[in-house]
Design a protein around this ligand. Structure first.
Ligand code: 13P
Ligand code: SF4
Length: 300
């Protein structure tokens, strides 16, 4: 392993490259990354990078956002098959039909979506800023795509607005259940339940905190609690534990694994840097329109 990490470090220098990794990536990848974060943080960081090449360890839509924001840089993904099933749950044709049926509604698209869907949306949001984004819109009617659970979470905070939800969801976050969590609470009665807004609503109802992956780290740091039941992908536990050594993090389910996030390996990172593969491209017309909805979000 040390041999590979040394080779990666040397290639990064040679190719003027930097590594960004999402919080769900394998521990050894988080350890060699230059930055680890949630979707919003990584999008913002990508805009202030001096290096020519950004190697993105995460899923496709995240690397795609990086390319949309940085068209003059080379954006690489170690495994181009690392997609997000939720992002594929709505097509541009389906969104166009919804827009035609509800022409007075603004469209908020979760960043877990493809560029052609972003291009048709009013504004993007992430799990960290969904409520703020919806609040900032002048429109009273809002269509949330593709995640119905993030959409419902936003709607619960803004009762004065009218919401419609596309019926998409994250398969990984479906493994958490209210029953399972109440059982865990019997074992850890003082633990706080921390859930991602992609969780089902009965899970959200009993959570002490609902937030993005990086917001979970800040919550754990600031809370007086010593134990936390974490309802998001298992990769998150590594960073939570690393940055909160005196506290205990219990998985809300042992099955919360995003298989796509785990497709990236250290070996594939080395291959990717050696060959400059796989390069992310976005058709310019779509990129320009998707950029507008991402920039509207980033300007808030
Ligand atoms: P975050 O932006 O909270 O890291 O979430 C991204 C994601 O894909 C959650 O499943
Ligand atoms: Fe997509 Fe769910 Fe994986 Fe996040 S955890 S990347 S939403 S499939």
């Amino acid at each position: 392993m040390q041999d590979i990490t040394h080779k990666i470090a040397a290639l990064k220098e040679e190719k003027n490259a930097i590594i960004l990794a999402h919080n769900y990536q394998l521990p050894e990848i988080q350890d060699i990354a230059d930055y680890v974060g949630d979707s919003l943080e990584l999008a913002r960081i990508s805009q202030s990078i001096a290096q020519e090449t950004i190697l993105f360890c995460g899923v496709y839509f995240m690397a795609e956002i990086t390319k949309i924001l940085n068209p003059n840089k080379t954006v690489l993904m170690p495994d181009q098959h690392a997609g997000c099933p939720m992002a594929n749950m709505i097509s541009p044709h389906q969104l166009l039909a919804e827009k035609q049926a509800h022409p007075d509604a603004a469209v908020i698209c979760y960043v877990n979506s493809n560029a052609d869907v972003k291009a048709l949306s009013t504004i993007c949001c992430t799990s960290a800023n969904g409520v703020r984004v919806a609040q900032a819109l002048k429109e009273n009617k809002i269509l949330c795509v593709p995640d119905k659970y993030l959409g419902s979470y936003i709607a619960n905070h803004l009762p004065a607005k009218q919401f419609r939800f596309w019926p998409g969801y994250c398969p990984t976050h479906m493994v958490f259940s209210k029953e399972g969590l109440l059982k865990l609470k019997e074992e850890y009665p003082d633990a706080k339940i921390v859930a991602h807004p992609e969780c089902r609503l009965d899970v959200q109802e009993i959570a002490d905190k609902i937030c993005s992956t990086s917001q979970m780290i800040r919550y754990a740091q600031e809370s007086d609690a010593k134990q936390f039941i974490i309802c998001t992908e298992l990769g998150m536990l590594y960073r939570l534990q690393k940055e909160n050594s005196g506290k205990e993090f219990i998985p809300g389910s042992p099955n919360a694994i995003c298989p796509n996030m785990k497709l990236t390996t250290v070996e594939k990172i080395l291959w990717s840097l050696e060959r400059s593969e796989f390069e992310i491209t976005v058709e310019e017309q779509i990129r320009a329109k998707a950029l507008q909805s991402i920039e509207r979000m980033l300007s808030l």
